[in-house]
Design a protein around this ligand. Structure first.
Ligand SMILES: Cc1ncc(C[n+]2csc(CCOP(=O)(O)OP(=O)(O)O)c2C)c(N)n1
Ligand SMILES: [Mg+2]
Length: 623
């Protein structure tokens, strides 16, 4: 028997490759700035120093808006916020040594959450590299584990190509941060740049497309399933595949849960939405994926199933993060798992799956939708929908007033006799949700307030919830809000922050005022590192290990005075203590044409629930 091999013939004539363009002689610093302009960069968050001031000089002659953060970490987070809000690479810049190392946390944050970020750093002159020169740090080496790619420029003739490649790498495939380290002597050197028209990188092909065989298999699995669930992540948002996801979910009637990174990828107000899953996710989402179990008090007790969970899990643009899976062997233990991701490195990494498909998710969902249009799925999941509706009704996100609030010493004075006037943090977020009609772009710090922001603000569109999810970096919220507001000056951008997190980049109030970036911040001020307190309560009998942020000599007072602090930056601010004052104060914050700080004083005694302890299972869920 002969084997036929089909050889594809090129039927259309080959298009001539676009030609590179020759520029005029100029200095390296100007080549860099022209290259940024050619990439369509609108703004850079840049803090100068000896090794980068040449580039700042060049920026003064450019239409690019240069925003001076008051700390390089703020600049990196702002660029990250800009990138998360727009989908376009954010650009930050710092000098060598300490300037560069101050960017590091922002770079690591972008790496963990697949955010396109370009981090440019000045470097000491080439002749000084390796000599322990003043402000010399091997930033290429320091950042190696937390970048998608990095460059140390060694030839002035490479600048134009490197910038073009850096933007291509940062923004395509699975996005991520790219570092460009730029020695000062090359910033000053002169050459005639060659502007490349295209990027060619051997071995880097971000255009991955699932084959129809695998997609057909997925459709077959859906037709065989009784209890399918879509588990969707940030990949849907970075892949611009929200519309395709919605179409797919509606056509198949498969319920959707997302990760925190995926919040907004599917409207959380939709009937098919289970909200987000994992450690602090919705009980119904955790049950739908894993099944419902009898609550157990300790991990040594057996797991007793009450209701089965998903028999088919469609994991699209996710990475099986431990905050989602808990004990990974128990995660969706009895389901068939299909994993579509553009990054092959995520396949079979954390959780073994039955079918792994390497693909751009927008392409895969678009193709699945086309297949379903041709041959609609006949399966009806109504029994599954009934079960899910019952779970949703039984365990929605909830909170209530407890007598414990008076344990918060910073509340005792003003609450005496008016305990019902207490503002619980969840309540403040709910009010904000209502007043903004769910339309604001929300950023957060890291801690309890972050989880409550995810629970009590419902996100209906992608790029609406900007949070440091993978790295969990306190201090992210306000600078990220500045980045988002720079990109979308006409939208309401609000940082829902913790008192601890906000203080980590409080200096960015100056950037907000001077640059007139009207990002707002609502501090849920519980005078504690609330999330760590919650763990102390659960696992260390409430013994406080340096989790109190107030002034031990004056526990009845609020410390520090954020209102006075904001005013010193010329940023209007108010404090609210009582429920009756909350709504009007929020409204004044929303109406302010300037940046605004609202200090909302809350008790520290609330715990975030649902809660599944680290490496726990759904049987350990407190809800
Ligand atoms: C840079 C950084 N340092 C430490 C931590 C550990 N950590 C996680 S949550 C948290 C408490 C945050 O307190 P706050 O910002 O006041 O938020 P709350 O939990 O009180 O809402 C801490 C210290 C972290 N995530 N990031
Ligand atoms: Mg706090």
């Amino acid at each position: 028997m002969s084997t036929k091999i089909a050889i594809a013939r090129r039927t259309t004539p080959k298009k001539p490759a676009p030609r590179p363009e020759l520029g005029q002689v100029m200095q390296g610093r100007d080549i860099l700035v022209r290259a940024l302009e050619r990439e369509g960069v609108e703004c850079v968050f840049a803090y100068p120093g000896g090794a980068s001031m040449e580039i700042h000089q060049a920026l003064t002659h450019s239409a690019i808006r240069t925003i001076l953060p008051r700390h390089e970490q703020g600049g990196a987070f702002a660029a990250g916020g800009y990138a998360r809000a727009t989908g376009r690479p954010g650009v930050c810049m710092a000098t060598s040594g300490p300037g560069a190392t101050n960017l590091l946390t922002g770079i690591a944050d972008a790496y963990m959450d697949s955010v396109p970020l370009i981090a440019i750093t000045g470097q000491v002159p080439q002749a000084m590299i390796g000599k322990g020169a003043f402000q010399e740090t091997d930033f290429f080496g320091v950042t190696l584990p937390v970048v998608k790619h990095s460059y140390l420029i060694t030839d002035v003739n490479d600048i134009a190509r490197i910038v073009k490649e850096a933007f291509h790498i940062a923004g395509t495939g699975r996005p991520g941060p790219v570092v460009i380290d730029f020695p000062k002597n090359l910033q000053q050197a002169r050459t005639q740049p060659v502007w490349p028209a295209e990027v060619h990188l051997r071995g880097y092909d971000p255009d991955k497309r699932a084959d129809d065989l695998a997609l057909n298999e997925i459709i077959g699995l859906i037709e065989k399933a009784e209890r399918p669930v879509l588990y969707c992540g940030g990949g849907i948002i970075t892949g611009n595949a929200s519309a395709e996801l919605r179409q797919f979910a509606e056509a198949t009637q498969i319920p959707v849960t997302t990760t925190i990174m995926g919040c907004g990828a599917f409207p959380e107000t939709h009937d098919l939405s289970l909200r987000w899953l994992g450690m602090h996710g919705a009980a119904c989402a955790n049950w739908a994926v894993n099944g419902e179990f009898e609550s157990r008090k300790s991990p040594d007790q057996p797991m007793v199933q009450v209701k089965p969970g998903a028999d088919l899990l469609l994991a699209f643009g996710v990475r099986f993060d431990d905050r989602v899976t808990g004990k990974v062997d128990e995660f969706c233990k009895h389901g068939t798992i299909v994993h579509i991701d553009i990054d092959q490195a995520e396949h079979q990494k954390n959780r073994k799956v039955h079918l792994a498909v390497e693909s751009d998710i927008k392409y895969a969902l678009g193709r699945l939708n086309a297949m379903i249009r041709q041959r609609p799925i006949k399966k009806n999941f109504s029994a599954w929908h009934v079960q899910i509706a019952a779970w949703k009704q039984r365990a929605p996100f909830h909170y209530g007033l407890t007598p414990e609030v008076v344990r918060s010493e910073h509340m005792r004075g003003h609450l005496q006799g008016r305990e019902s006037e207490v503002i619980l943090p969840q309540m403040a977020i709910q009010e904000l949700y209502e007043l903004t009609r769910g339309q604001a772009i929300i950023t957060t710090g890291v801690g309890q307030h972050q989880m409550w922001a995810g629970q009590y603000y419902k996100f209906t569109r992608p790029r609406q919830f900007l949070t440091s999810a993978g790295l969990g970096a306190m201090g992210f919220g306000y600078p990220a809000a500045l980045g988002a507001k720079t990109a979308f000056p006409d939208q309401q951008v609000i940082d829902i922050d913790g008192d601890g997190s906000f203080l980590m980049n409080v200096q960015e109030l100056a950037t907000a005022h001077i640059e007139q970036i009207a990002a707002k911040v609502m501090i849920l001020n519980n005078q504690h590192l609330g999330m760590v307190v919650q763990w102390e309560d659960n696992f260390y009998q409430g013994n406080r290990g340096h989790t109190y942020l107030g002034d031990p000599a004056r526990r009845g007072q609020i410390y520090p005075d954020y209102v006075a602090m904001a005013r010193s930056f010329n940023v209007p601010a108010e404090r609210v203590l009582y429920k009756k004052d909350l709504r009007p104060a929020l409204q004044r914050m929303l109406d302010s044409p300037q940046p605004f700080l609202l200090d909302v004083v809350c008790p520290y005694t609330e715990h975030v629930i649902p809660f599944i302890r680290a490496n726990g299972t759904v049987a350990d869920m407190v809800y």
